[in-house]
Write a protein that binds this ligand. Sequence first.
Ligand SMILES: Nc1ncnc2c1ncn2[C@@H]1O[C@H](COP(=O)(O)OP(=O)(O)OP(=O)(O)O)[C@@H](O)[C@H]1O
Length: 231
Amino acid sequence: MLKIDGLNQFYGQSHTLWDLSLEVHAGECLCLMGRNGVGKTTLLNAIMGQLPLRSGSVLFDGTELAAQRVERRAELGIGYVPQGRQIFPLLTVEENLKIGLAARRDKVRQIPEFIYELFPVLKQMRQRRGGDLSGGQQQQLAIGRALVLDPKLLILDEPTEGIQPNVVAEIGDIIRRLNREIGLTVLLVEQKLPFARKVGDRFSLLDRGRVVASGAMPQLDEQLIRTYLTV
Ligand SMILES: Nc1ncnc2c1ncn2[C@@H]1O[C@H](COP(=O)(O)OP(=O)(O)OP(=O)(O)O)[C@@H](O)[C@H]1O
């Protein structure tokens, strides 16, 4: 579904992603893992068109994204939950969710009821401002907003960062349900090992801007963890 090939990216003179190739297959949940600063967020920003690529290709469902305007990704069916959530604090929960509607391919302009079923707290708080929500509630809102456009691929950047354990578990259950029951393809950046093991089918490990190991989640063994994950 998403095929990244030979991607190189620079911040000024600093070569950050090196000949990076990666594939996310339809229907799977791929966990992109690695220590702080190895380039995980940079890769997601490059996929989302928020950073220029020096070279390489990002194919989504057969469309080359590198040449497309940023908004095209949502229109093609990529939902994105960025690091830090990026909720609009002065807009209500409902208004935040409606932002995702503009990109829907079927021109539906109403928030689908299943979003509120997945996240009942968003229904309860739909007239409250985004800035009034707790961190966990904001993360649910960010995921809800990405789902509103009815994506084929959901990309999440560390959705558990700074969130209470009970909400982390809830978010894990929801990602798993979306993936296994609805068949939504997921690309997840995650540092928490138990969470990654729970929701991921496969992993790809990044180190200094390169993919250094990939495989089925049970193949993520102690040696890989020691070499590329623990600090
Ligand atoms: N806007 C920027 N300008 C210059 N260098 C940057 C910029 N953003 C990130 N970097 C550098 O690029 C490298 C990769 O950063 P990136 O944020 O992609 O890593 P990460 O794996 O997502 O880390 P984290 O888990 O801390 O978010 C780091 O060395 C970082 O300092």
